[in-house]
Design a protein around this ligand. Structure first.
Ligand SMILES: [Zn+2]
Length: 138
């Protein structure tokens, strides 16, 4: 099944590091389940980041702790299953697999927030919809 990003998803990823766009383009063609890029999933202003911190949606306050989203090195996705967004681990992992396959094929060093805190099945903070370029590869 080949999927296509919506115009909203394409808009939401505008301005991020070009490597993230390349893997996103690859992943949408190869993924076994549909996904999109949410509002705030690409580039965020300081105000956006402060807002997300305030409502508990991000750990970075945007001033002392700068999010990778503020500097264009992160791109979030949302799995889209049976007509609705799903953040179930299995769905996030399938989308992640398409991203990592793309990274491998394209020679792009890509990180996944789902590995944070020891991985999604271990208690701790993970960020499963979060793909990023690791610091050592910027
Ligand atoms: Zn993110």
């Amino acid at each position: 099944m080949a999927y296509q990003l919506s115009s909203g998803s394409i808009r939401n990823r505008e301005g991020v590091d070009p490597r993230l766009i390349l893997v996103s383009d690859y992943a949408i063609k190869r993924t076994v389940i549909d996904f999109g890029h949410p509002a705030y999933g690409g580039i965020r202003s300081t105000e956006d980041q402060q807002y997300l911190f305030k409502i508990g949606a991000s750990l970075a306050d945007g001033i002392n702790d700068i999010s990778d989203h503020q500097i264009g090195f992160a791109l979030d996705f949302f799995p889209y299953v049976n007509g609705r967004t799903s953040y179930k681990i299995a769905h996030c992992a399938l989308v992640m697999a398409a991203f990592l396959e793309g990274a491998s094929r394209l020679g792009i060093q890509l990180g996944w927030g789902g590995f944070w805190g020891g991985g999604p099945y271990i208690e701790g903070f993970t960020d499963m919809p979060h793909m990023y370029i690791p610091k050592e590869f910027r």
